[in-house]
Ligand binder design. Structure first.
Ligand code: PLP
Length: 417
């Protein structure tokens, strides 16, 4: 790594106060970014400023303080629309996160378009958030869930797709990047195949939004869901993008204040998009913080900084792809044939070792890694195991931290095996 590259990465780290902490007398090595990323100062400042000074309910009042809060809230919608290249900002719905976004579509879309005997196609690498909402919807409307399987290396079994896209399938809900396997899935091919059968596609973008440039217009996806807290934003905030034609026709998900036109005891008309899907007081401060969060994410992708971040992430991917399988007993999951489709997220299982035990030893070394099923029990079952240990990296993580992780892992395994 050249001096300038190192300087740029150090500058990024300095923007994240949480990284400067120590645990058990060791410098924190935060490797659970796929669960929640840390927040840069710009996001923390906005949260603090709004909580202290601009805390007034949005959209409702005729006084200046409320106007200011509304402006910040709506500015974040514009920022989100621009970040994913949505053609209309009204097609960006604020939710509490990916889970809420998928539940919204599963519930509302199925009520309008799915009936008895129909099918919903999901991908086998799905997080529980892209499984359970569809099961709830399917059981409510008499539909069936079908699953696109994954191969041993974690890639989608695309050969199985044509036979699964039957005329009964009313929607495909697919994972852009799995939180366990870390593979950028061929979503463009999936969307093309589904659209050729007139089937809309929802993408679970919880990880995709962080590691890929998402352009919903170019992708032509029908829905895209993501959470703010995985991309430097606040918890309790997220986005559902949907094509206008679907959002217009789908019934509201929740009823309440702000989502109505007129209300009588006999009949209610609904507000135009996006408010039709934003019943009640939204998490307006968290949602407003999406603007500086996405601004920070854009900065990490642009120019010299973008090049340095991409190079650093590639070096981490190459190093761990080589180092992890060499450790005795370690099996690494999610190795695509084309290595450029691997993000810096590594899930392993060690024969004879409980992943939680390894994570606890790593914690004593200052290393925060995730263990367990990672809300993807069917992925664990696919590989015949009950848990994995996951290290997921963000642009503020360094190659040196990846090396510390490997050293720590070896130490832990020496104690446990
Ligand atoms: N989908 C994927 C692929 C995820 O990684 C996650 C969270 O880890 C989710 C959905 C759920 O996100 P949230 O808990 O923010 O709603």
């Amino acid at each position: 790594m050249c001096a300038l590259q190192k300087e740029n990465l150090e500058r990024i780290r300095a923007d994240f106060p949480a990284l400067a902490q120590q645990f058990w007398g060791k410098q924190l090595v935060y490797l659970d970014n796929a669960a929640t990323s840390q927040k840069p100062k710009s996001v923390l400042e906005l949260l603090n400023r709004m909580n202290s000074l601009t805390n007034a309910n949005v959209h409702r009042a005729m006084y200046t303080l409320s106007d200011r809060a509304t402006e910040l809230y709506e500015a974040a919608r514009t920022a989100a629309a621009s970040f994913i290249n949505a053609s209309e900002r009204e097609c960006v719905i604020f939710t509490s996160g990916t889970t809420a976004s998928i539940n919204l579509v599963a519930s509302s879309f199925s009520r309008r378009y799915i009936g008895k005997g129909d099918k919903i196609l999901i991908t086998a690498d799905s997080h529980h958030s892209n499984i359970v909402p569809w099961q709830l919807a399917a059981s409510a409307c008499g539909a069936e869930i079908v699953v696109l399987p994954i191969k041993d290396n974690g890639e989608w079994e695309m050969e199985a797709l044509p036979a699964l896209l039957s005329k009964e399938v009313k929607i495909v809900a697919a994972t852009h990047i799995s939180n366990v396997l870390g593979i950028v899935n061929p979503v463009e091919k999936l969307i093309e195949a589904a659209h050729s059968c007139n089937i809309p596609v929802l993408l679970d973008g919880a990880q995709g939004i962080v590691h890929q440039k998402v352009d919903v217009k170019a992708l032509d996806c029908d829905f895209y869901a993501f959470s703010a807290h995985k991309i430097y934003g606040e918890t309790g905030s997220g986005v559902l993008y949907g094509k206008r034609k679907w959002l217009e026709e789908m019934p509201p998900y929740m009823g309440g204040g702000d989502m109505v036109g007129t209300v009588t005891f006999q009949k209610t008309t609904y507000a135009p998009l996006p408010l039709k899907f934003e019943a009640g007081t939204p998490n307006f401060i968290a949602n407003a913080a999406l603007a500086p969060a996405l601004e920070y994410a854009s900065l990490l992708r642009k120019g010299e900084m973008g090049r340095d971040v991409a190079e650093s992430e590639r070096a981490i991917v190459e190093y761990l792809l080589e180092a992890l399988p060499k450790i005795n007993g370690v099996r690494l999951y999610g190795i695509p044939a084309d290595i450029s489709r691997k993000i810096p997220l590594f899930s392993i299982n060690v024969q004879g070792c409980n992943s939680g035990d390894i994570a606890q030893i790593l914690d004593k070394l200052g290393i925060a890694a995730r263990s367990g099923m990672m809300c993807a029990e069917p992925v664990m079952s696919r590989y015949g195991i009950t848990g994995m240990l996951r290290a997921s990296f963000a642009p503020y993580n360094t190659l040196q931290e990846a090396e510390l992780y490997v050293e720590g892992l070896k130490r832990a395994l020496a104690m446990l095996l």
